[in-house]
Design a protein. Structure first.
Length: 149
């Protein structure tokens, strides 16, 4: 069955795409959930308009994310924490704590899910932490973890 996607569906396509899917998938999931509508000749113009609107919205989002990235590029966070004698933290520095510190120091609200830490920081040192503001815009900030004395 040929359908027009009203919203982006992971693994299938983006808003405005005309795709061919199994009849049951379209009738039982995509159409009832509002992700798609059955395609027809009349919907071709609507598909083009949806793609154009999505492209304009994506350009605005990339521009906004780039502006935030330029602000964050010069930010260096300093986190002090209690440590043992060999430099290991008694706790850890997580993405949530980094997001809170960014809001306090740089006045930029970042969701903790945009901060990509492979694992929480558990030792003293300087770390480069990547932040993905948009699928096309990523910036790395420096986080220095120091011992509380």
């Amino acid at each position: 069955m040929e359908i027009l996607l009203r919203d982006s569906v992971k693994g299938l396509g983006k808003r405005g795409d005309v795709v061919n899917v199994a009849d049951g998938y379209a009738r039982n999931y995509l159409i009832p959930k509002g992700f798609a509508i059955a395609s027809s000749a009349k919907l071709a113009a609507q598909a083009g308009a949806m793609k154009q609107a999505a492209e304009v919205r994506n350009q605005r989002e990339v521009a906004a994310a780039s502006a935030i990235a330029s602000t964050l590029a010069s930010v260096e966070l300093v986190v002090t924490a209690r440590t043992s004698k060999d430099g290991k933290l008694f706790g850890s520095v997580t993405a949530t704590e980094i997001a809170e510190r960014l809001a306090a120091t740089a006045s930029v609200e970042i969701d903790r899910h945009q901060i990509h830490l492979a694992e929480p920081i558990k030792t003293v040192g300087t770390y480069s932490v990547p932040i993905r503001l948009h699928p096309e815009v990523e910036v790395a900030i420096m986080v220095s973890v120091t011992s509380e004395e």
